[in-house]
Write a protein that binds this ligand. Structure first.
Ligand SMILES: Nc1ncnc2c1ncn2[C@@H]1O[C@H](COP(=O)(O)OP(=O)(O)OP(=O)(O)O)[C@@H](O)[C@H]1O
Length: 286
C-alpha cells in the first residue's frame, strides 16, 4: 500500500539529517509497527507519509502513486490519530464530530463508533469536561469518521487504563480484519506484540530491523530450555540447549523425577529485542 524508497529528510534549521535513507513497505491489510527510542525519527516519518512534511528526498508511493501528486482524495482514504488529542474543548464531543464529519465525502456510523469506545452516553458533554482517556478515545473516533482504508496511530494506548487500552486494541484488530491497514508507533511493547504483523526498528534515522515479531524473537532469543525445580525446599534453575533436548538424559531425568516449577523456551520479549537493537532502554513513565 505504501512503498518508501531511500527516504532522506532534514529539518530546515538542522544541519544533520533526521531521516537517513530508510526504505520499507506497508502491505495492504497489515498492522505495521514503527518502533524506536525518543528522537529516532518516528513522528517525522509519519508526518512525511501523511504529507505534512514534503521537502524530502527519495520516493514514496501510495497504491503505486507518488504521494506528492495526490490531492485531497488522499485524506478521504486515511485516518490519523496523533498522541496529543486536539479537539475544540468548548464544544461538545458530538459538535466536534459533526464539524469533522462535514469535511469528508464518506461518513462512518458515528453512533456505533461512539458506543464502541464507551462515549455515547457522554456525547453531549463539553470536551473540556472529558478526562485524558476520554479525549484519546474521542481521537480514535475522529480518525475513523471517514471510514478510512488506512490508519496512522501515534502512541494510541498511551494514557489509557488497561480496559480502555483493550477496547482500543480490539478496535484496531477489527479494523484490520475488515481489510484496513495500520501504521502504528508505540513505546508499549506488549501492545505492539499483540497487534503488529510486522515491526521496524528505527534508530537515529536508520532502520535496523524489519520483520515479524515471531521471527525477531527467534533471531534474538537463545535456543535454550530453562527449567526450575524444587529440591530440598530450594528452587534450582537449569538451562539446557534446545538442540537434541528430546535425547538429553539429564533434562529427561529431571522432568521424570523432580517437582517442576517452571519450564520455558528461551524466547525473548519484544522489549528485550528493543533494547538489544536500539541500545536504549524503554521509559515506562511515558
Ligand atoms: N520541527 C522540528 N524542527 C527541527 N527538528 C525537529 C523538529 N521536529 C523534530 N525534530 C528533531 O528530529 C528528530 C526526530 O524527531 P521525531 O519527533 O521524529 O522523533 P520520534 O522518534 O518520533 O520521538 P518520540 O518517540 O519522542 O516522539 C529529533 O532529534 C527532533 O529533535
Amino acid at each position: 500500500m505504501f512503498k518508501v524508497e531511500d527516504l532522506h529528510y532534514s529539518y530546515p534549521k538542522n544541519k544533520e539529517e533526521t531521516i537517513k535513507g530508510i526504505s520499507f513497505e506497508i502491505k495492504k491489510g497489515e498492522i505495521f509497527g514503527f518502533l524506536g527510542p525518543s528522537g529516532a525519527g518516528k513522528s517525522t516519518t509519519q508526518k512525511i507519509l501523511i504529507k505534512l512534511l514534503d521537502k524530502y528526498q527519495g520516493m514514496i508511493t501510495y497504491n503505486n502513486k507518488n504521494i506528492l501528486e495526490l490531492g485531497g482524495e488522499f485524506y478521504e482514504n486515511i485516518g490519523v490519530s496523533f498522541e496529543m488529542p486536539i479537539h475544540f474543548s468548548k464544544m461538545t464531543a458530538m459538535e466536534n464530530i459533526d464539524f469533522f464529519l462535514q469535511l469528508y465525502k464518506k461518513n462512518n456510523d458515528v453512533q456505533s463508533l461512539m458506543k464502541k469506545v464507551g462515549l455515547w452516553e457522554d456525547r453531549d458533554k463539553m470536551v473540556s469536561e472529558y478526562s485524558k482517556g476520554m479525549k484519546i478515545r474521542l481521537n480514535i473516533v475522529r480518525a475513523l469518521l471517514n471510514s478510512p482504508e488506512m490508519l496512522f496511530l501515534d502512541e494510541p494506548t498511551n494514557g489509557l487504563d488497561p480496559t480502555n487500552a483493550m477496547i482500543l486494541k480490539d478496535m484496531i484488530k477489527v479494523f484490520r480484519s475488515e481489510g484496513g491497514t495500520v501504521f502504528i508507533t508505540s513505546h508499549i511493547m506488549n501492545d505492539i506484540d499483540q497487534l503488529c504483523d510486522r515491526v521496524a526498528f528505527i534508530v537515529e534515522g536508520e532502520i535496523k530491523e524489519i520483520d515479524t515479531p515471531r521471527n525477531l524473537k527467534l533471531k534474538y532469543g537463545k535456543r535454550v530450555m530453562t527449567l526450575e525445580y524444587k529440591e530440598n525446599k530450594k528452587t534450582i534453575h537449569k538451562e539446557f540447549p534446545m538442540d537434541g533436548i528430546g535425547k538429553n538424559e539429564e533434562f529427561l531425568e529431571l522432568l521424570k523425577n523432580k517437582e517442576i516449577e517452571t519450564l520455558h523456551s528461551g524466547e525473548t520479549t519484544l522489549e528485550e529485542i528493543f533494547i538489544m537493537v536500539t541500545g536504549v532502554g524503554l521509559n515506562h513513565e511515558s
